[in-house]
Design a protein around this ligand. Structure first.
Ligand code: SAH
Ligand code: SF4
Ligand code: F3S
Length: 522
């Protein structure tokens, strides 16, 4: 580790005391040797046993986010750029950070050369996601050398990983700021530190029990919006890093969510997506309160917003109550993303998914019956340690049985510190790649087939913008989340229209515009 003096903040800083920087002053005086000790003593690398204990901690709801007087307007005349590498949750965090930047007086830019602050909002889910970020960190070095006042920051899920932070400290000293997923609300203070101290500032809390309510948000677009309903994950699938990078499951209070959705409806948003790593575990941590996702969606159903989606649901928590509410339709659209990961029971068991092939299929068919015309998508991992050809074929046969409308497919990527990463693996990378290809062929076949079946159907499309390939063509999604491209005037952007499907491709549909539809909430 270098001899550069660093500012170190750790979870000893009381998260609920957002405006007090007393500890910070104390920690500032630390040296890199202290830092190594701090890391040993306070940083919580992935540890299943330790992490499981956290379920007992209660969630603290905090709404005293504020910008201290001496920081107000530090962004005047300055620009920020945030690059986002992860899931919807990560994208939404970017919107929150953009909101904070704007409150500080910063202006957004898309151009690195113009930026005074560049933040990389990272994802740790697979090794290739991490490699992309390290590539970008390296790429920013010459710019930082040219512009020493530029602040380069790394945040998001990778910042929660000890090995990543160590690698940055050792090899990428042009990084000025590192902060974790539980420290987003501290961005104003951290920016100030990074601006004035010219030393690397780092703040990563393992403390994870807070829900901070009054953070600003600069949403991307004014048609569709993300609404976080819960944070963290307590499922601990054996391959997955998320429970360690995002902390324990904690639900927002129903009233807060409803308030946010009403506000979005009032502001003219046409679609919301309720977000959570395990969105259907919503409410399980609200002590003494039987309120669950089914209740929340039943309330949101009555709000005047045309489309409501939710992601990601885990088969574990998919209750009959929830199915009943979804079947009521209205603004609850008929698309269900239900990750299966594998079609083989032995693999599902060592993944810790807590369902079997049979129980997944039972749930799948129950949903199909309750919500006719629903589309189904899934996530699948191939090449889990020691996965046999026969086991893989069971995944293929499950895909054949479910005829998914789409699937995100991945080669298993060992995540340091997770239980699966300690398993020996006798499957070569070539075999894994070949399995991925075979799986994708089957997935694409059913995707194309389900699109073919829609030919001549008349569907409602929310017009979201112009097509990526041709700006004379409008593009949007059906209620079932399929992309439809069709010709029409740009004035329709943000509106719901009826379209007849005239062509089917693997990834999208073509259509002809029939007419605009009035918002049709029950
Ligand atoms: N909470 C969601 C998934 C979030 S991560 C759920 O449980 O369904 C999104 C997807 O990434 C997962 O569904 C899984 O398919 C994939 N994934 C997670 N960890 C992975 C790993 N170590 N290697 C490969 N794929 C992984
Ligand atoms: Fe990861 Fe999803 Fe499993 Fe949670 S439920 S551990 S986020 S794969
Ligand atoms: Fe990636 Fe973190 Fe999301 S690891 S998938 S950004 S929760």
């Amino acid at each position: 580790m270098d001899e550069k003096h660093r500012n170190i903040h750790n979870q000893a800083v009381e998260p609920t005391d957002l405006k007090s920087d007393k500890n910070l002053e104390r920690l500032k005086k630390k040296t890199s040797a202290d830092f190594a000790k701090y890391f040993e003593q306070t940083y919580m690398p992935p540890n299943l046993k330790e992490a499981r204990r956290r379920r007992k901690n209660t969630t603290q709801y905090v709404d005293d986010f504020g910008i201290p007087e001496d920081i107000q307007n530090i962004g005047a005349g300055r620009k920020f750029l945030i690059r986002t590498y992860g899931c919807q949750m990560n994208e939404h965090d970017t919107e929150v950070m953009a909101g904070i930047f704007e409150e500080l007086g910063y202006e957004a830019t898309e151009h690195e050369e113009e930026a005074d602050v560049i933040l990389l909002n990272t994802c740790a889910i697979r090794e290739n996601a991490e490699n992309k970020v390290f590539g970008e960190i390296g790429h920013l070095k010459p710019l930082k050398q040219e512009k020493p006042d530029l602040i380069v920051g790394v945040c998001g899920c990778m910042a929660q990983e000890e090995a990543v932070v160590n690698r940055i400290l050792q090899k990428h000293q042009h990084v000025d700021l590192i902060f974790g997923t539980h420290n987003i609300h501290r961005l104003p203070q951290l920016l100030k530190e990074a601006m004035f101290s010219k030393e690397m500032v780092m703040e990563v809390w393992s403390k994870e029990g807070d829900v901070i309510e009054n953070l600003p948000k600069a949403r991307k677009g004014n048609i569709r919006a993300w609404v976080n309903i819960m944070y963290g994950c307590d499922k601990f699938c054996t391959y997955c890093i998320v429970p360690y990078t995002r902390g324990k499951e904690r639900s927002r209070q129903p009233a807060e969510v409803i308030h946010e959705v009403r506000d979005l409806a009032r502001r003219g948003y046409k679609e919301i997506t309720l977000l959570g790593q395990n969105v259907n575990a919503y409410g399980k941590d609200l002590e003494g309160n039987p309120y669950r996702l089914s209740h929340l969606m039943d309330e949101i159903r009555k709000i005047d917003i045309p489309r409501v989606r939710f992601t990601t649901s885990h088969p574990w928590d998919f209750t009959d109550d929830l199915i009943e509410v979804l079947a009521k339709g209205g603004n609850l659209v008929e698309h269900i993303h239900l990750p299966v990961q594998s079609g083989n029971n032995a693999i599902l068991k060592i993944m810790g998914r807590n369902y079997t092939r049979e129980s997944y299929l039972e749930l799948f068919h129950k949903l199909k019956k309750a919500i006719p015309h629903a589309s189904f998508t899934t996530d699948i991992i191939v090449g889990y340690p020691n996965e046999t050809e026969e086991q893989f074929q069971e995944t293929l046969s499950l895909v054949e049985e479910c005829e998914f409308d789409g699937a995100y497919t991945f080669i298993y990527s060992p995540r340091p510190g997770t239980p699966a990463a300690r398993m020996e693996d006798n499957v070569s990378m070539d075999v894994k790649k070949e399995r991925l290809q075979r799986l994708n062929t089957v997935v694409n076949h059913f995707m194309a087939e389900s699109n073919q079946k829609m030919l001549d159907e008349v569907v409602d499309v929310l017009v979201e913008g112009v097509s990526k390939k041709n700006d004379e063509v409008l593009s949007g999604h059906t209620r079932t989340n399929k992309v439809v491209n069709f010709k029409g005037p740009k004035s329709l952007i943000g509106k719901l229209v009826q379209v007849r499907i005239t062509g089917a491709k693997t990834w999208s549909l073509d259509g002809e515009l029939l007419k605009e539809v009035e918002a049709m909430v029950q």
